[in-house]
Design a binder for this molecule. Structure first.
Ligand SMILES: [Zn+2]
Length: 359
């Protein structure tokens, strides 16, 4: 599952057998003395109303305040400027051996992953119970809170590059950032500026797990019940089976957390394509357990539940990676998540860009 650990293990095996044990990831170890999982309590204690669309300036202020209050536990940095000169902020928490990268809002008009990511950074970074400290000793998390700050301002899918005539994107607007993660394209050659920043952040961090948060239109399942979120692992044919299975394990954890912790939720698979420029596929090709989560765009009255869903999934994946339960999940369980059904009637015109398989 892990491009970082795999070569190391091979190296150890060729040098001395006992070295392998020394490098065995703690996720394998029995979490004796591990504190009780508090993630459900954290989801319950999320404020009733989280700002669903903080401005870029508000986001920067909140992150700076969290970093300040954390006394070194949260490191906030810009991974690069957007085309219009806005910093793309990332927050890093913890110093554990399992590495998790969360990405949100690559598409500017899909906002609700970002406030969830901000609350997650606040909880994991500022919490000081034994559980919080234990999590930080088990995992290192890098959170790209809003990948597309220009698209957020323009309230559109793309980055801001009006002179471009992109293969994936919209002439007069910009590139579709989530089509420019192809492992064969070097960051410096990447025409989608913010995708290049994410590629560099990924290469530097080398995460075991990547979860990318998006939003989709409105759909129903076979019984006519509305789907609140959809998810998917890499589908590019060259992704290693072990990396697909690891992503399926992450998918099961996320699906269970949303279903258990958010009343009324209904999670399906996402009918995504196999293009290697999509982050879900690209970071699977590079050896991570890479998962896409799409929150349905269900209107203002459902936004808090959607933020809560993303937040619940973030905490649950962290917990399961930290306590090792993630590795014990049967990946075949992911295949039992039902497929996404038809669009909710009358939503096609509202979401003309989201009807196809658009991660
Ligand atoms: Zn999207």
């Amino acid at each position: 599952m892990n491009s970082r650990l795999r070569p190391l293990s091979l190296l150890c095996a060729s040098v001395a057998v006992f070295s392998v044990a020394a490098f065995a990831p703690p996720a394998q170890a029995e979490p004796a003395g591990a504190p009780a999982d508090r993630s459900a309590a954290e989801v319950r204690s999320l404020p009733r109303t989280v700002d669903p669309r903080p401005s870029n300036e508000e986001l920067a202020e909140e992150l700076a305040e969290i970093a300040d209050r954390s006394r070194g536990r949260v490191e906030v940095r810009s991974i690069g400027d957007s085309n219009q000169g806005r910093p793309v902020w990332a927050a890093r928490i913890g110093d554990g051996p399992v590495r998790i990268q969360y990405i949100s809002q690559q598409h500017g008009n899909e906002p609700l992953g970002a406030p969830a990511a901000l609350e997650y950074v606040r909880t994991l970074g500022l919490g000081n119970s034994f559980w919080h400290r234990w999590l930080r000793s088990r995992v290192t998390v890098d959170v790209i809170v809003r990948a597309n700050p220009d698209g957020h301002v323009h309230d559109w899918r793309y980055n801001y590059d009006p002179d471009a005539d992109p293969e994936y994107g919209q002439a007069g607007q910009g590139y579709d950032i989530n089509r420019y993660h192809d492992p064969a394209v070097a960051p410096d050659d990447n025409p989608a500026t913010e995708a290049g920043h994410i590629q560099r952040a990924y290469a530097e961090f080398r995460p075991d797990i990547v979860v990318d948060y998006h939003m989709q239109g409105r759909y129903i399942d076979d019984e006519g019940r509305e789907i609140t979120a959809s998810l998917l692992w890499p589908t590019h044919p060259d992704v290693a089976d072990s990396d697909v299975e690891a992503a399926q394990q992450v998918s099961v954890v996320a699906e269970r957390a949303i279903t258990r912790l958010v009343p009324g939720s209904n999670v399906s698979l996402y009918p995504g394509g196999d293009y290697q420029g999509i982050a879900r596929n690209a970071y699977g090709l590079r050896g991570s357990a890479s998962v896409l989560i799409e929150l349905s765009d269900m209107g203002a009255e459902h936004e808090q539940a959607q933020i809560r869903s993303a937040y619940a999934a973030m905490l649950a994946v962290t917990q399961s990676a930290a306590d090792g339960s993630l590795r014990r999940i049967d990946p075949d369980r992911a295949e039992q998540i039902p497929p996404r059904g038809e669009p909710l009637p009358d939503t096609e015109r509202a979401h003309p860009l989201r009807l196809d398989s658009l991660d």
